[in-house]
Ligand binder design. Structure first.
Ligand code: ZN
Length: 179
């Protein structure tokens, strides 16, 4: 569904947080570890890849039932959103599928729409990088580390912890400004 036509189906239930990701693939591939993937670059299409109801519960009680496993240890009552892109990206070189401004704009609209629908506070909308920082796996130097979405444009400076928080703050400000 093109973003301008997108109206999410919001089943009744409790959702408390939203995690913001990139897929680390190309601009087209979508994955069911997220609830929504934003495909394309300029004309962004919102693809629902998992039913929101799957995460409306304490996943520790029944971890074997399927759910969108987007953020390690933080998927209970949590929505996962991802922009498609950033395959083989490094902080200094975003590669063949770099984050595009329209994708981030679209991500903010989708996050705001879902936050409004489920009464999720702005502070509970966070990047995977912020969760990774708290949980000890933030970084770009290893496949086991995560840095989505700690940087919006490639720069030569090494990735710093504070950048994850600063970029999260920027994204939250943009989400708050969506109308
Ligand atoms: Zn992620």
């Amino acid at each position: 569904m093109r973003l301008r036509d997108w109206r999410p189906v919001c089943p009744a239930g409790e959702l408390r947080s939203i995690s913001l990701h990139w897929t680390a693939h190309d601009y087209e591939a979508v994955f069911p570890v997220y609830h929504f993937c934003l495909r394309g670059v300029s004309d962004v299409v919102v693809v629902q890849t998992h039913d929101l109801r799957a995460n409306m519960r304490d996943l520790r009680r029944d971890p074997a039932s399927p759910y969108a496993a987007h953020t390690l240890g933080r998927n209970s009552w949590s929505i996962g959103l991802a922009v498609c892109g950033m395959a083989d990206a490094r902080p200094s070189d975003f590669g063949r599928y770099p984050l595009a401004a329209a994708q981030i704009d679209a991500l903010c609209v989708v996050a705001r729409t879902l936050a409004d629908a489920y009464h999720i506070p702005l502070a509970a909308i966070r990047t995977h990088a912020e969760a990774a920082l708290e949980d000890g796996y933030f970084g770009a130097d290893d496949d086991d580390l995560r840095w989505d979405i700690a940087r919006l444009e490639p720069r030569p400076e090494p990735l710093a912890d504070r950048e994850a928080t600063a970029t999260g703050d920027r994204l939250r400000a943009r989400i708050a400004a969506v109308r």
